[in-house]
Write a protein that binds this ligand. Sequence first.
Ligand code: GP9
Ligand code: MN
Length: 730
Amino acid sequence: MKKLKEYALHAFNTRLGFIITLLLIYWLKTMWAYHADFSLDLGNPYQVFLSIINPIPVGLLLLGLGLYIKKTRPFYIVTWLIYTLINLLLISNAIYYREFSDFITVSAMLASTKVSAGLGDSALNLLRAWDILFILDYLILFIYLISKKIKKSRKPRLIKMDKRPFNKRASFAITALSALLFSINLFLAEVDRPELLTRGFSNTYVVRALGLPAFTVYSGNQTYQAQKERNQATADELTDVKSYVTDHYAAPNTNYYGIAKGKNVIVIHLESFQQFLIDYQLEVDGKKYEVTPFINSLYHSNSTLAFSNFFHQVKAGKTSDAETLMENSLFGLNSGSFMVNYGGENTQFATPTILGQTAGYTSAVFHGNVGSFWNRNNTYKQWGYNYFFDSSYFSEQTSSNSFQYGLNDKHMFADSIKYLEHMQQPFYTKFITVSNHYPYTSLKGEADEEGFPLAKTDDETINGYFATANYLDASLKSFFDYLKASGLYDNSIIVLYGDHYGISNSRNTSLAKLLGKDSETWTEYDNAMLQRVPYMIHIPGYTGGGIHDTFGGEVDALPTLLHILGVDTSKYVQLGQDLLSPENTQTVAFRTSGTYVTPEYTSYGGHLYYTQTGQEITNPDETTTAATKEIRTAVAKQLSVSDQIQTGDLLRFDTDNGLHVVDTSTISYSNSLKTLKAIEKEKGQNSTSLYSLNGNKTTSDLFEAPSYAKLHETTENSTTSSSSESGNNN
Ligand code: GP9
Ligand code: MN
């Protein structure tokens, strides 16, 4: 035992031993922080493994840099400084995380005044007793040095400095080894999450896979790239953009302008929901099941303005692109996610800002995933959202009520009410559902209870899609029932949209049969048509609704909505066109260059088709060539103007649109219920929240969410008969 101690001490007293000891302590501290402070959302043993190994490669790389120093003292000082630096990064992130549920990005470091404003009361309040563990090594060293000074070398010195310099080759070998380990780490991370660094997803994903120092470098690079483009952009560019916007502007249709003025707006983000689900009947073992009866009823209601040729326009940013498009009338990026790369910095005049400043709306997002996913927690501030209720506001997630993307929809809606009812009206709210998300197994804990059948194809993903869509439909119905019971329904409008495809093109041949098509003759045209997603504006009490077949995309949603709410958009830099305007040009740009849909032509996957028939055009005549050239130019222009605005942060120059730039330092997403209640109290008699109007009583108990199986148990006969009819026409 004594021998072992001596041996260990001897090893520690070499330069390499010193570095490895520091690495080990750093690893232990990181494991502690991962466990005690960060919620890394570790979904499987593979991710756990990645999180265990990830402090090592970069830790060794950084600490190993000291080995290049020959002189003794400088070696120890520099190595200790590097060690202190990575420790500081770890500790500050641990503390920051307690307030923001996110890691410190480089842009947050640069905007440290904003951050400290967001830290609220005092960073001191965020300290925990166990933080002592983070500095235990410093304390021990300090005590050792002091006692050594006092005892003055009566005993042999335990810690000695190694005077022998490391040779260059050996130092390089350590660097090379750590680089190799990092490459392996990166490779393993990519296996777990393809395109991890290019798409961004969430800071949690990067830290979980690569560790904090690597995340900081990654975030620094992001900030650098964004800053570079931003710095080069000038106000003159906005002048060009504005002339495009003016030429492209589609004036509102007077029949619809202002029909929902002053109403609450409730936006429902239907995750991965494709248009083909509407009115679809799934046949399993000879029995037909209507997948989304409730959404179908909305689609056919004369209180709904519905659109049958509305396409998603997202790329790698998926949900985040859809949100960017829907609430800014600007596109996401050609690669990566706009919200991740620019969202936390760029000036935007998004829906919450416009409605807040022009019509006094209060705004909030409800979403059962962690707030940092897609950088929402930062982006929503730039967009002017007053509140963001993320998973930290909802019931604890268990394996039966949630899955990797968060709390299942019924629970999310149920849990939202206690916040929603305290919001001052009129409000603009967005509910982001998740259960209908790939791999369509979110109901694992509740599948039996829910009881909607699985499809029977050779593709598991497709098989689950209908059951989760049905669950989403039922959740929505429960939420509508609540809105009706609480009275909110009558002074609200409900906007529904599908964010993007749920079944990717590579799976469409397996889907073909369920759609009554032949997988052998499946074409790119069929793929293009499957990019349709729902867009509906449901206006209770209004009877002029109907299904419009105008071709449009997510970029067109915002001007359409604002005109219905009676908001003039002519001064805003929005690239879409009101879908109800007779001036709409019906040209839908997909984010991949050269692909588009118009009522006449569809260009997709390198092929050209007639949209009405799906017939391929292999030898276009002169008229077709000229017409498609014009469409291609228009589409490319719309995308390039969007990129120019987004990457150049051009809206910061837009000073004459009647709006003012959001002061994000006044927005905090913590303690929101307290804030809402304080506002209610301050307004007293004038409070317009549902809670106040309901005599200070909660409405939470009005929400009921029976399962599919339960519903069918009591209404067995009526349901069977309605599901055998085609569609649902009310
Ligand atoms: C996660 C959810 C999913 O919070 O919005 O995003 P997606 O994977 O669809 O882009
Ligand atoms: Mn999505």
